[in-house]
Design a protein around this ligand. Structure first.
Ligand code: COA
Length: 166
């Protein structure tokens, strides 16, 4: 049960630096050197799937962003970064953001989603190891996790994840 009530909202332009600061605090230094960031370079996030979570005083407690990517001819949602402020962790806030993203992505008719993360955590949302798909190196293939937003959406999808840009 959550001790604090949080309000989820679509991220707006004024939130950008506050969310960046939360990510800087939450992730190891040099996060933007990760290969997943190369997939985000010069590509707009999926605005409807960028969410903030604020407490009753309006303080930012968590955030998630999502980007479009391509695997061959197939489009997919790259979930993340997701972060919850260290003082707010363990309250189920990331789970709230995750479920909202998944529901919204489905309602927007995205078919497949994936992320780079820890299977023991993301398994609870239905993410499973993604086979036959590669991230630009260096990414540990065991951390590549996929979710079908419609049944069988990842079936037969193979190749390297690329930026959703021509
Ligand atoms: C990962 C993160 C977003 C989870 O946020 P949160 O709001 O604390 O998550 P929830 O409250 O929904 O879930 C907490 C549970 O997940 C577990 N958990 C959190 N991160 C985990 C991980 N990497 N692997 C396995 N379990 C994990 C916690 O131990 C806790 O377990 P419990 O329910 O048995 O007590 C948060 O810890 C965070 O911001 N971390 C730093 C940034 C980061 O690593 N982001 C993810 C990148 S892939």
């Amino acid at each position: 049960m959550q001790a604090t009530e949080y309000t989820l909202a679509t991220e707006v332009a004024d939130d950008w630096w506050e969310v960046e600061a939360l990510y800087d605090l939450s992730f190891a230094p040099g996060r933007s050197a990760l290969s997943s960031y190369r997939l985000r370079d010069d590509v707009d996030p999926i605005l409807e799937l960028c969410l903030t979570a604020r407490d009753g005083d309006g303080v930012l407690a968590g955030a998630v962003r999502n980007w479009p990517v391509r695997v061959g001819e197939h489009q997919a949602v790259l979930l993340g970064p997701i972060a919850v402020h260290p003082t707010r962790q363990g309250e189920g806030l990331a789970a709230l953001l995750m479920w909202r993203c998944i529901d919204l992505a489905r309602s927007l008719e995205w078919e497949r989603m994936f992320l780079v993360g820890d299977a023991p955590y993301y398994g609870r949302f239905g993410f499973k190891k993604l086979e036959n798909v590669e991230m630009p190196p260096p990414t540990n293939p065991d951390r590549l996790l996929a979710l079908d937003l419609v049944p069988g959406a990842w079936s037969g999808v193979s190749g390297t994840v690329e930026r959703a840009i021509d």
